[in-house]
Design a protein around this ligand. Structure first.
Ligand code: FES
Length: 126
């Protein structure tokens, strides 16, 4: 099933933008390295299922998004987990506490969607 998320030019460069369709939340990321392309992931952290774009802290820089809740970091185009539960709300916790913060969950990638730009529109295929 394909879904149109909107015109490419509606998405600011280096500013992940949340789009909601049928109660499903997506993050559209247009990177400055290749602004004519986009990456799209589900706006749901694989750690606790919370939003990557709404929360106490977090952020995005150079293709890497930091979860605002427990600071896990992910490559937004490959979905690869780069760091798993290193703290809370932007604050780094002691290394020994990572397993506690992880709440028994093993590192996992983001859900990356197949995306293309068709006639200027961002289209995902799931
Ligand atoms: S919900 Fe994202 S790291 Fe915990």
């Amino acid at each position: 099933m394909t879904r149109t998320l909107g015109p490419l030019t509606d998405f600011d460069v280096d500013k992940p933008t949340q789009v909601t369709i049928d109660d499903e939340k997506y993050l559209v990321i247009r990177r400055s390295q290749s602004p004519d392309e986009v990456c799209v992931v589900r706006d749901r952290c694989p750690h606790a299922g919370l939003s990557l774009s709404r929360g106490p802290r977090g952020g995005y820089e150079n293709g890497v998004i930091t979860c605002p809740w427990h600071n896990s970091r992910f490559d937004v185009c490959s979905g690869e987990n780069l760091d798993w539960t290193p703290g809370f709300a932007g604050f780094t916790a002691p290394g020994w506490s990572r397993k506690l913060i992880a709440m028994g969950k093993s590192p996992a990638p983001l859900t990356v969607l197949s995306v293309s730009v068709q006639d200027g529109q961002v289209v995902i295929d799931e």
